[in-house]
Design a protein around this ligand. Structure first.
Ligand SMILES: NC(=O)c1ccc[n+]([C@@H]2O[C@H](COP(=O)([O-])OP(=O)(O)OC[C@H]3O[C@@H](n4cnc5c(N)ncnc54)[C@H](O)[C@@H]3O)[C@@H](O)[C@H]2O)c1
Ligand SMILES: [Zn+2]
Length: 562
């Protein structure tokens, strides 16, 4: 291995020093923290330097220190959060270093900074502890486009992410570092003053890595995306449903035709009934008739039903074909299309036959949402609101402020793009941090323990999934309040928000005994104890297995009383 330097970048507080030390120990290389070197050289900490001399002079010192450190090999180098904004430093670090970007949400970083009690050493985060998340969000907005120049993205959302991060970095370094550093355009890209132009998010499970593009007009750009993915040299098999094909089939067909990409399409009836082994078999027959080959590409154009069905066929036909998700519903863009879970239903239950099959890309054209029926549109926002509640106080604020604009019949596409992009990034980060659902991914179940039961008791007709989740979140927020995790006002604010997006907050008229019985049958129950993802505050969730059954019963009874 000729690359003998690993560089860690990312926001202050994300864990660069901890990961850096652990890596250095594993490799037997020295560990260098640029902030420590600055402190030694100037006899003042970066914090004091910034306060004393101002940020610009500090950045000059920092750039000089980095120019020197970047020549040292072997070494693991952790950089100050702002160092990578300087084009000279980016280039210097890229010369010998394999650059790894450690990423977590603002609320997770804030929790770590607060737990570490060393806010004072991080002047750029500001004095006001309550504004920490907001300050981090500002920094994130400014820096992420440059951090995206990194060679490797390392999700750090899991509380004990250090070992996993070290493993990912070592794997990436062994597999990729040499090729990355040999790429002729890399240093120019690093040195350019332009931010990296990348997708809205990436999923990286450690095994598979794929982009999520979000924007208006993405379907028209499909051939360009296929070129970027190096997937133009094969036939495409487009699966969609009758409603979606009517609205958006032409856009896709024309884009593929113009680019000279050949293929075939199959349209299933709209609705959950198409997510069945029988329809999956129809797809197999069609693929066989069309002589689809293992390397050909399946495109799933539609909501979660098409994504799950076509994804399942792609996962199983010929033991797995490449798949691209083209989600057209809010729910599919934020949730179903990201994470690789694909399935069909059985009479005995939903999603009982399935697989993990990560797509090669998720391409979300938000302009398709204009034709989505109103109820489905609103329903999808339940999961967006959920992501904000469990992970992202900044997104929560946006959703509160923009409720009228986003829930109007004709939402502003730019705003919609930014909200869907942010929410997709949250799901991508969680899935990447925990691809096999062992840990942090469990917080995504917020609202779902009660929600699934309400959905089941309603026969999957009375309430759409997102509506049931909104009801479930209302119940689970009340549980959180009863356990002293959040205030009553918080619960009320959450209800106001859900209602602002046209979502229900009670299941009046539903039989409470049936809901409780359905909850006991749920797979989230462990040794007779309910497991709930609960809220600890705006943007923070925790999984609890110790919620008293009497309390659960009381809250469910309240919920169905309305
Ligand atoms: N795989 C996962 O991780 C995951 C996660 C959540 C949900 N799901 C699954 O997703 C499914 C629900 O997804 P959904 O809510 O998108 O349902 P859906 O696919 O049935 O779409 C809802 C309705 O809207 C129509 N539609 C979709 N996009 C449209 C558009 N742009 N214009 C006009 N009409 C449009 C569809 O034809 C359908 O009638 C469920 O089967 C659920 O199990 C999967
Ligand atoms: Zn859900």
């Amino acid at each position: 291995m000729t690359v003998q330097q690993i560089v860690l970048i990312g926001l202050s507080g994300v864990g660069k020093s901890t990961v850096g030390r652990a890596l250095a120990e594993r490799l037997g290389w020295p560990f260098i923290d640029t902030d420590d070197v600055i402190t030694e050289r100037e006899r003042l900490t970066p914090a004091a330097l910034i306060t004393d001399r101002g940020e610009a002079p500090f950045r000059e010192v920092e750039a000089a220190v980095i120019a020197d450190i970047a020549t040292r090999v072997p070494a693991v180098i952790a950089t100050g959060g702002g160092a990578f904004l300087d084009a000279r430093s980016r280039r210097a670090l890229g010369e010998r270093g394999y650059i790894c970007y450690l990423d977590a949400t603002e609320s997770e970083i804030a929790a770590r900074v607060r737990a570490g009690g060393n806010e004072l050493h991080r002047p750029l985060l500001g004095e006001d502890a309550a504004r920490l998340e907001e300050r981090l969000a500002e920094l994130d907005g400014e820096r992420r486009p440059f951090y995206n120049h990194a060679d490797l993205w390392v999700p750090m959302q899991e509380r004990d992410a250090v070992d996993a991060a070290v493993r990912r970095i070592l794997n990436g370094w062994a597999a990729d570092a040499e090729t990355r550093l040999a790429s002729p355009s890399r240093l120019d890209r690093l040195a350019s003053p332009e931010p990296a132009r990348g997708p809205a998010a990436v999923v990286d499970t450690g095994q598979e890595r794929y982009p999520i593009w979000v924007g208006a007009g993405e379907l028209e750009r499909l051939p360009e995306r296929l070129r970027q993915l190096e997937l133009t040299d094969r036939r495409v098999f487009l699966v969609s449903d009758a409603s979606v094909i009517e609205q958006h089939g032409r856009t896709v067909a024309e884009a593929l035709d113009t680019a000279g990409i050949a293929g075939a399409s199959y349209v299933v009836p709209a609705g959950e009934a198409s997510k069945s082994p029988r329809v999956a078999e129809e797809l197999y027959r069609w693929l066989a008739e069309e002589r689809a080959e293992r390397r050909d590409l399946v495109l799933a154009l539609g909501g979660g039903v098409v994504g799950d069905l076509a994804g399942f066929a792609a996962a199983t036909y010929l033991r797995g074909m490449p798949l691209i998700q083209l989600p057209t519903s809010v729910l599919a863009m934020n949730d179903a299309a990201i994470g690789g879970k694909v399935a069909v239903d059985l009479p005995a239950g939903k999603n009982l036959v399935g697989a993990f099959h990560q797509p090669r890309a998720v391409i979300s054209d938000v302009s398709t949402l204009r034709t989505l029926p109103r109820r489905a549109y609103n329903e999808g926002f339940a999961e967006v609101i959920k992501h904000a509640l469990i992970l992202d106080p900044i997104l929560l604020k946006t959703l509160r402020g923009a409720a009228t604009r986003l829930s109007s019949g004709d939402p502003d596409l730019e705003l919609l793009t930014s909200v869907i992009a942010r929410s997709s990034r949250l799901k991508a980060l969680i899935v990447s941090s925990d691809p096999t659902e062992q840990g942090v991914r469990a917080i995504l179940n917020y609202g779902h323990t009660i929600g699934h039961a309400v959905e089941t008791v309603g026969g999957f007709e009375r309430y759409l999934h997102g509506e049931a989740v909104a009801i479930g979140m209302t119940g689970e927020a009340r549980l959180s309040a009863e356990l002293g995790l959040v205030s009553r006002e918080f619960v009320d604010e959450q209800s106001d928000l859900l209602r602002a997006y046209g979502l229900p907050t009670d299941a009046a008229g539903t039989d409470p005994a049936a809901v409780l019985a359905a909850m006991r049958l749920d797979k989230k129950i462990e040794r007779g104890q309910f497991r709930f993802a609960l809220l600890e505050g705006a943007g923070r969730a925790v999984v609890r297995g110790d919620v008293p059954p009497e309390l659960v019963e009381r809250v469910v009874r309240e919920l169905v009383r309305g």
